[in-house]
Ligand binder design. Sequence first.
Ligand SMILES: Cc1cc2nc3c(=O)[nH]c(=O)nc-3n(C[C@H](O)[C@H](O)[C@H](O)COP(=O)(O)OP(=O)(O)OC[C@H]3O[C@@H](n4cnc5c(N)ncnc54)[C@H](O)[C@@H]3O)c2cc1C
Length: 423
Amino acid sequence: MSDHDQSLWLKTCREHVEDRPLSGDLTVDLAVIGGGYTGCSAALTAAQAGASVCLLEAQGIGHGGSGRNVGLANAGLWLPPEDIRAHLGKRAGDRLIDLLAAAPADVFDLIERHGIDCDPVRNGTLHCAHSASGLQDLQRRHAQLSATGAPVKLLPADQATQRTGSAAFHGALFDPRAGTIHPLGYVRGLARAAAEAGARIVTQCPVQSMKYDNGQWVLKTPHGSVRAKSVIQATNAYHQGLQDTAPDYVPVYYFQFFTAPLSDNLRASILPGGEGCWDTGLVMTSFRMDAEGRLIIGGMGDLGQAGRAVHAAWCRRKLAELFPQLADQPLTEGWHGRIAMTSDHIPKITQIGPNALSAHGYSGRGIGPGTVFGRLMAESLLQDDPSLLPVPAVPEYRESWTALRRAYFETGATLMHLIKARF
Ligand SMILES: Cc1cc2nc3c(=O)[nH]c(=O)nc-3n(C[C@H](O)[C@H](O)[C@H](O)COP(=O)(O)OP(=O)(O)OC[C@H]3O[C@@H](n4cnc5c(N)ncnc54)[C@H](O)[C@@H]3O)c2cc1C
């Protein structure tokens, strides 16, 4: 059994997508490679605009980060607004900040409009201060976000305790724009909506090669080929094959374990308002409830490596430390996923050829950004207008010291989890 088979999201997803297998040759306006938020949002947008679209997914819809994540539909990026402006300049920075401030509203609107069965809870998120210095970081974020008009609230320790049900925090930053979803349900629902709008969704169909020939792209798969005027590559951290257009990023692994559904008594004392949470720790922890009242707790690390036992033991200690009333809850099943980090934490769009774009590197914040980037890349290609893109496209993007930095994150997370439960 692979780690992904233990995913709570796979076990509890109620959305299904009808697959229309490919055979022979197909010609469309837009070919999309990859069935995560970016690809499905692009396919939905293009099909709704009247374009012919074929989305090719190597495995199943949501096989990548989109089916494995925590399900926090956040506003903005990891970076606070001033850091985004420092990297992109004021004009491009402000545009990205505004687009991503509205991203949770976009996500919850799509869920409502297409009746996506993914347990949306729009009760906000809590970024919890794990230490005094964590609280200072939240104060800085609060000041910067408030200056952009974001309706965020800094909560003192006693209110953070009340809202989370844990006495472990020094305070919390509440963002009412955000919320939680069933992440696999959302991506499958986007794919279903795209199919209903006329897009052809093909799964178990890896694109093995792509070539620009006579003003058209030709994408080859084991089951046939697709010709298209434009291409969106939305393969991100789960890119396979296609060496020439492989996105470059630092892979960071994140795992999650879950309890059995909690009794009504326990549920009343933990996250009674239904917010999704993560903390300010350098090696971060997240926690949230699902629709059936299971507590899902996550941390950084690769369950596929020798560190599995260390990470699992840490998770049990961390759960007991945050919520002593859950100390005897078994945490037996867990899964992990790979995050595409960029060193500046800004997502990248690369121009991989004529009328061909690739997006990656949401750095752990991809539900809102993936939805927005997919939509705007489709609009930009269909209208032949690069100014519609959320960030300017670059001809190429390369990270340095990727292997070293991957080792740093994984070894650091394992050591932290080995040494102590509180950091
Ligand atoms: C454990 C974890 C927790 C996270 N938590 C959050 C969170 O709480 N909130 C948040 O906003 N973000 C979170 N993220 C980030 C978010 O999940 C990702 O940024 C987002 O899912 C990326 O979506 P995507 O569509 O770009 O790529 P993906 O969802 O990774 O999809 C890429 C797809 O491309 C397919 N593919 C690859 N190569 C080919 C090929 N050659 N041919 C055809 N198909 C191909 C893959 O099979 C895959 O399905 C988390 C990520 C992880 C891993």
